[in-house]
Design a protein around this ligand. Structure first.
Ligand code: C2E
Ligand code: CA
Ligand code: CA
Length: 886
């Protein structure tokens, strides 16, 4: 498996040529160009300078040749004049010939064969005559036979005191013997002046030098140049002159100073050479000037390039950073991601993608094409666990078909059970990006959450949500279907009877286990297709999806009631409970979930009201009843405040003595519109609404107030609702009423029902004890109607047991009831309790009860409940009436 930090493929196209390198190269090239241009300029300057120098040297030579030629012509003219003269020669006349003079020649003179200057145009020769026999320009002609022009070294004139160079030729006597020398002197300044006027640039220097190395003339504007008469022997210049090397060269350390570019040229036909030189530095001045300009431009350009480069570098770094960030992101994403181009190649696939698809290492080195990848996965059976719909199958192979920017999403289960969420998005260019997320845990959590959300934790049954959703679906189908043959369905709402008492008596742990046992029994009875749900507390519901198939809702309901009523054995406790069921049939009883649940609830209510442990189908009247109940509640509230209630009194007869031992006070309500409303109707309403508290207090007070008028041995029995025990201070209230009315506590009997004892809390028992301590009596009413009446007898020392009418009415009809009554009487007697039989309607019943040892009797036979004004008469007449009956 590839590690996270590796990157299977990530083909990035960052160029190796970064902008910095590019910018640097540009600047380098710019400067190389400038350099090249400079060196090119310099080279052409140098070659130009060479050419110039050579040209100037050539011109200089020309000029020298012409000048020398001119002066030589003068010398030759003078010699001819001398030699052509027959007889004695007038040297003065010869030198005075103006023809020979030019601006070049400053002086002409004639020296005789002994070396004595005989005449000069400079003026008459001073006496003694100047002896020039030691001078080179004389000696050279005397000693050599060659007829040749001689050019002297510069000399300071003995007569003039000025620098001059002498050009000399010999002349012959008429016999051909050496006659003397004609001299023409020229001023070297001539060249200096003349060439000074030619602009060769700063520092140019001209030199006329003899092959003997002595400088004959100089010129130019160089600050340092050769001086007249300077001896240049041993210099490079003279070496070149000696080697007869004409041309230009660089003179590293010229006698004229510095490094100079010089051209040298032999003067044709004369032992002379000319040299023109310029300082090397001056040659490059032009190109250096250009160089400066180019450098300025170069610096400007460079900084521009640098600026651009810097910008580019910045954005390049940003791009690099982005690309790095992208790579890091891809590498550390919890999702697998791949990019597929329109030609099916996969340029990007991150490590997570490798991991999620479990791809082999070989793919890293040779990334597969997309179709190859899909083929590989298919062969490995990756798509076997997911039944991909046709279009998704195509998607897996060919990517999303949708337009760019749209997502395709589906889930795929890998063979190992991993759930992958595959999300694909089409790109503009026809490729697509696909991500893979491992959603296995999310799916598992979802399934668990779904299970928890739809399940009742305690019992494992479905919960209210599932029930309503299923009902929603059913009612929706029925509402929107034209198919009239759709079968009906039934919803059963179920409530456990006496469950609260179990909780109170045995604790919640037992209560919970009881609920689990109930759920278990319901599941056993019902078919798998039936939905059993716990709605909360001790409320359950059953949905029979097709109520018309056997067994019908009725059969199911009775089975449930029967099954749940069988005793439970929980933690060693024997527990008996019952179940009441309300049934609504869809869609007749309701077209929506809500309507149906309300209908079933109403039916349940009716079932409970009808005596519990049974089931009821919903009917329309129940709606009316519930409305009626609401009306009753409103009216009852007014009735209590307005004193519309009254008490009726039913006599209780001591069977053996045949005397009225007391009266039971029973509430009566004459509704101003509906007439008399029986307590069975309004007492439950009072209990549900809490009105039972003021009603109960009123009844107690009213009963005591009346009873106090009766004979001392006639007591009064008042019914107490279990709800009155829930309110604190019941005993205090009773004590207060007794005090207020003045009734002796021993004349008051309070009747409580099994229902109170099912809430067998310590507080209830404590209250009962407190009441007993006051001195009144406590009777257990309706004994035998519940399931655990006998067991409740243990919990409190009752004074009386009132055997329910249901046993009394059966007396003489079956033997069971008489057995029960006898047992109750025996138990009561053994505990010092009295027994009263309720609902005695016949003389046979009365006789049987007396025979069974029952203490007292109450019933229509003995007297109906009567208004208070009849009580006194009843008491007074009882003796006569009973005697009459006897
Ligand atoms: P209960 O305490 O069992 O009262 C006896 C009921 O039986 C009375 O019904 C009475 O009229 C009826 N009865 C008496 N003898 C016979 C008979 O021979 N045959 C038949 N069929 N019925 C007979 P009533 O007055 O309708 O009261 C019904 C119930 O209402 C009472 O049952 C009692 O539980 C409750 N109740 C009445 N008044 C009060 C009251 O002031 N406070 C409380 N908490 N409950 C009351
Ligand atoms: Ca009663
Ligand atoms: Ca009763």
């Amino acid at each position: 498996m590839p590690s996270l930090n590796m990157r299977p493929f990530f083909n990035h196209s960052i160029s190796w040529l970064s902008s910095t390198v590019l910018g640097g190269l540009l600047i380098l090239m710019l400067w190389a160009g400038i350099g090249a241009k400079y060196f090119d300029n310099r080279a052409s300057d140098v070659s130009g300078a060479h050419r110039d120098n050579e040209n100037f040297a050539l011109l200089f030579e020309e000029n020298i040749l012409r000048s020398i030629g001119e002066m030589d012509k003068a010398l030759l003219y003078l010699r001819r004049m001398i030699q052509n003269t027959k007889g004695p020669i007038d040297f003065h006349a010869v030198v005075s010939t103006t023809d020979v003079f030019s601006e070049l020649i400053v002086q002409v003179a004639i020296i005789d064969e002994r070396g004595i200057m005989r005449a000069s145009n400079a003026g008459p020769q001073p006496a003694p005559a100047t002896d020039l026999s030691d001078r080179e320009h004389f000696l050279i002609h005397l000693q050599t036979a060659e007829d040749k022009l001689f050019i002297s070294k510069p000399l300071v004139g003995r007569a003039s005191g000025k620098w001059s160079v002498q050009l000399t030729r010999r002349f012959f006597k008429s016999d051909g013997a050496f006659g003397g020398v004609v001299v023409a002197s020229f001023n070297p300044d001539h060249f200096t002046k003349f060439y000074g006027r030619i602009d060769l640039g700063l520092g140019a220097a001209f030199t006329l030098v003899g092959v003997d190395g002595i400088v004959r003339a100089t010129g130019g504007n160089a600050e340092t140049k050769h001086t007249l008469g300077q001896d240049l022997r041993g210099t490079e210049l003279m070496a070149r002159v000696g080697a007869d090397l004409s041309g230009s060269y660089i003179e590293a350390k010229s006698a004229a100073g510095g490094s100079r570019l010089s051209a040298v040229r032999r003067v044709a036909g004369h032992p002379l050479a000319v040299s023109v030189s310029v300082p090397e530095q001056s040659i490059s001045e032009q190109s250096q000037g250009n160089l400066h300009l180019m450098m300025l431009a170069g610096v400007a350009l460079s900084s521009m390039i640098a600026a651009v480069t810097w910008q580019a570098r910045k954005s390049e770094l940003a791009v690099k950073r982005n690309s790095r960030q992208l790579r890091l992101t891809l590498a550390h994403m919890s999702q697998g991601i791949m990019m597929v181009t329109n030609d099916m190649s996969i340029p990007i696939m991150n490590a997570k993608c490798f991991e999620l698809l479990d791809l082999p290492q070989t793919f890293i080195h040779s990334p597969p094409r997309f179709d190859e990848l899909i083929g590989f996965l298919d062969r490995r059976g990756e798509f076997s666990k997911t039944a991909l719909p046709d279009n998704l199958g195509l998607l897996e192979f060919y990517g999303p078909k949708d337009a760019a920017g749209q997502f395709e999403l589906y889930e795929r289960v890998r063979p190992d059970g991993t759930v992958l969420e595959v999300r694909s998005a089409r790109l503009d260019d026809g490729g697509f990006v696909r991500t893979f997320s491992d959603i296995t845990r999310r799916r598992q959590a979802q399934m668990e959450a779904n299970r928890l959300a739809s399940e009742d934790v305690l019992t494992g049954l479905a919960n209210r949500r599932v029930l309503s959703e299923t009902l929603d679906d059913l009612t929706f189908t029925h509402r929107n279907s034209v198919n009239t043959s759709l079968s009906k369905f039934a919803i059963l709402c179920l409530d456990l009877d006496r469950f609260k008492a179990v909780n109170d008596t045995h604790g919640h742990a037992v209560g919970d286990r009881l609920l689990q046992a109930v759920a278990q029994r319901m599941k056993q009875i019902l078919r798998a297709s039936d939905l059993v749900a716990r709605l909360g507390g001790d409320e359950f519901a059953v949905l029979l999806a097709s109520a018309e198939q056997q067994p019908t809702a009725e059969v199911v309901a009775s089975r449930i009631v029967e099954a749940l009523s069988r005793p439970y054995e929980i933690d060693g406790h024997q527990i008996l409970i019952g179940a009441s069921i309300g049934i609504a049939v869809g869609p007749t009883d309701g077209r929506s979930t809500n309507e149906l649940l309300i209908a079933a609830d109403l039916a349940l209510y009716a079932a409970k009201a009808g005596g519990r442990g049974t089931y009821r189908f919903f009917n329309r009247q129940m709606n009316e009843e519930i409305k009626g109940r609401r009306q009753i509640e409103t009216d009852l509230r007014e009735a209590i405040t307005n004193g519309e209630l009254e008490l009726h009194y039913q006599p209780i007869i001591a069977l053996r003595q045949n005397t009225i031992s007391g009266f039971e006070a029973l509430a009566r309500w004459i509704h101003p519109v509906h007439g008399p409303i029986p307590p069975d109707k309004f007492i439950p309403v009072a209990e549900d609404s809490g009105l039972i508290l003021p009603l109960g207090e009123w009844a107690l007070k009213e009963a005591c107030r009346q009873a106090v008028q009766w004979p001392d041995d006639v007591s009064v029995a008042v019914n107490l609702s279990p709800l009155q025990f829930a309110s604190p201070g019941l005993a205090i209230m009773v004590e207060r009423i007794l005090g207020e009315t003045g009734l002796a506590p021993r004349r008051l009997e309070l009747e409580i029902t099994e229902g109170l004892l099912m809430r067998n809390t310590e507080a209830t028992i404590a209250t009962l004890h407190r009441l007993k301590e006051i001195g009144l009596r406590i009777a257990m009413d309706d004994f035998g109607t519940g399931y655990s009446s006998l067991s409740y007898l243990q919990s409190f020392p009752f004074d009386r047991i009132k055997v329910d009418r249901s046993f009394v009415s059966q007396l003489g009809l079956n033997s069971t009831s008489s057995t029960v009554v006898r047992a109750v009487v025996d138990i009561a007697a053994s505990r010092g309790m009295q027994t009263t039989a309720e609902g005695v309607e016949t003389e046979e019943q009365r006789a049987a009860l007396e025979a069974l040892g029952c203490d007292e009797a109450q019933g229509y036979l003995l007297g109906r409940p009567e208004p208070i004004h009849k009580v006194a008469t009843l008491i007074a007449t009882w003796g006569q009436r009973s005697r009459k009956a006897a």
